[in-house]
Structures are given as C-alpha cells and as structure tokens.
Ligand binder design. Structure first.
Ligand SMILES: Nc1ncnc2c1ncn2[C@@H]1O[C@H](COP(=O)(O)OP(=O)(O)OP(=O)(O)O)[C@@H](O)[C@H]1O
Length: 313
C-alpha cells in the first residue's frame, strides 16, 4: 500500500455553541484522491480549512508527511495547494499577472515563474487567455484560474472546496480534465462536494460527513457493497399492480424492495441478473409489461441509506 501523506486525527471545531466538526479523522495516501462529501453545512469547509492551517481546531491534529500543520507559515504548508470556495483573484489583472503574484508569494521568480505560469495555465486550459483580465472571464474560467494559482508552487496535495459550484458545464469538464491530469501525475487530491456523481468520478476513497461527523470512510466499491440493492428494475404494467403481485415479487430470491405506484413497479435487486427471475415471475402470472428498464443503483443512495435523508434535501 502507498504511504500515508496526510493524517487528520480527531479534529473538532465549534462556532459558539454550534459543533461544526466533531471528532473527524481520515487519511490521504500518496497519489490518492479523497472525496469529502456531505450536505450543505455538514462541516466540509471547516474541516478543509483546518487541514490547510487556515482555521485553528479546538482539538485534534493534522500531519502532512509526518509534520504537523499549524496556523502561520510553515514548510509543511508549502506542500498543500488550497482552492477555496470564495475566489481570490484581482479582477483588473490578467490571468498571468494574477499567477505571478501567487508565484511571488512562494518565492518563485524570473524564468521559473514564467515557465510555471505557462505550465499551470496549460493544465487548466487557459493558456490562450493568459493576457486577458480576470474580469473578462466567466465564473468557471475564474475558478480554473484559481486552481492554477493553487498549483503555482507545485503542491503534493491539492485541496478543492466545492470547485464546481456555480460553474458552467464546459468549465466543469475542464476542471475534471485538470484533476484527472493531476491524478495521472501522482498528485494527491481532496475534493469536497455535495454531488456524489462528481466524487464518484474522481475519488479513490470517499469520506461521508454529516452534522460534523464521519459516517463512512471507504472506497467507492466498499460503499456500493453497503447498499442493500445493487441494481434496479422498473416495470410498467398494462394493469395496475396488485398487492398480491408485489408480495410474490418480494418473495423472489434477490429482490430487496418493491415499490408500486399505479402500474409502475420499482424493484431493488441484489444483482442485475436477478431481473430475469422477476420477468419470469411476471410472465407466469400473465402480466404483460408495457415497458421495462434496468439500472445500476446510484452511490447517491448511500447517503439516504445511512441517514434516511437525501444528500440535497
Ligand atoms: N465562521 C462561522 N461562524 C459561525 N458558524 C459557522 C462559521 N462557519 C461555518 N459555520 C457553521 O458551521 C457548520 C459547518 O459549516 P461548513 O461551512 O464547514 O459546512 P460545509 O459542509 O462546508 O457547508 P457548505 O457546503 O454549505 O459550504 C454550519 O452549521 C455553519 O453554519
């Protein structure tokens, strides 16, 4: 197994009486992408702000490569790049001028700064707009420039706090391309989001957080295995589904749940193949499906399964 790069241990943070982060622990291995997922107000931003040393925890520690992250300047913090939710750009400066400012903050000068500007602008696909002022950029382009800024000092760990909020689809794809390239370059990422499909696309490991607490800390495959149904079948019948029919389906091996709404049956299955048994049963009962469709269960349902609420209620 690859070595642990970041170790977050028992982080706790309250704002007055509100306990925002409650004993949060997780790890990021070298080259790993960890998705930190939870609904609005779950404590994701507070957690990543503490990981970056921007917010002082009430308790707990953050270690990167064995060095503790604390507030203020430190060598360990140089290994982190942070892309906050709020954009930190000078609107009346060009993309390249903005990046030069970030380079100066990290002591990168002259030819090195120019070369690094070009590299990161290429990574976020903005090289052709290098000379344009940030104020002329779309929201998504500004966010990509923000990612470029966080990459100027070539950090080992890039932390992105909800990078696709308010972003157009084109920039969203460009952001994913950039993150996939960084992954291929062996960088580690922490990505916060309340969109499971985004986290699912990128993450090797998922940490689910709700009301400041970690509910799950697993690989996507392990999370899938926790879902009672792995596949779904929707059948539309000519006749309204009758309760005895539902009972019969429920009794079949591999059927995890049956919901009937008029003539439409939504059936949760242990495996995709279990759909065949359901179709056979319906045929034997003389039911003629007007339409049917199979689907894989979405990881999105794991939050519902863990909390009884949907991720974006
Ligand atoms: N500076 C602050 N002062 C008081 N309460 C705060 C502050 N920052 C966050 N909170 C509260 O702490 C809780 C966690 O907030 P946090 O921003 O960490 O969650 P989040 O998961 O990042 O949410 P979002 O997706 O909306 O950004 C929320 O109840 C929030 O209202």
């Amino acid at each position: 197994m690859t070595p642990v790069l970041l170790s977050v241990s028992k982080l706790t943070k309250s704002y007055g009486a509100r306990l925002a982060v409650d004993d949060v622990s997780f790890q990021v291995r070298a080259g790993q992408t960890v998705g930190l997922i939870g609904p609005n107000g779950a404590g994701k931003s507070s957690t990543v702000s503490m990981v970056c040393g921007l917010l002082r925890p009430d308790a707990g520690t953050v270690e990167l490569d064995g060095q503790q992250i604390v507030q203020g300047l430190s060598e360990a913090k140089r290994k982190i790049g942070f892309v906050p939710q709020d954009l930190a750009l000078y609107e009346d400066l060009s993309a390249r001028e903005n990046l030069k400012l970030f380079a100066a903050l990290y002591g990168i000068k002259g030819a090195d700064a120019r070369r690094r500007c070009d590299e990161v602008l290429a990574l976020v696909n903005l090289l052709d707009r290098a000379g344009d002022k940030a104020e002329t950029f779309s929201g998504g382009m500004k966010r990509r420039l923000n990612i470029a800024a966080a990459l100027m000092h070539d950090p080992q760990l890039l932390i992105l706090d909800e990078p696709t909020v308010g972003v157009d689809p084109q920039s969203r794809n460009a952001i994913f391309d950039t993150l996939e390239q960084l992954k291929a370059m062996g960088r580690s990422l922490i990505y916060t989001s309340h969109y499971m499909e985004e986290v699912e696309r990128l993450a090797d490991h998922i940490v689910i957080i709700d009301h400041g607490k970690v509910l799950a800390d697993e690989s996507p495959a392990a999370l899938f295995r926790r879902l009672p149904a792995q596949a779904a079948l929707r059948v539309e019948l000519a006749d309204p589904a009758l309760p005895p029919l539902c009972e019969g389906i429920r009794a079949l091996a591999g059927v995890k749940s049956v919901d009937a709404d008029g003539g439409v049956l939504d059936i949760g299955l242990a495996r995709g193949e279990d759909a065949l048994a359901v179709m056979g049963f319906l045929e034997r009962q003389g039911c003629r499906p007007l339409h049917f469709a199979t689907a894989r269960t979405k990881l999105e349902d794991i939050f519902l399964n863990l909390t009884g609420r949907s991720l974006r209620d």
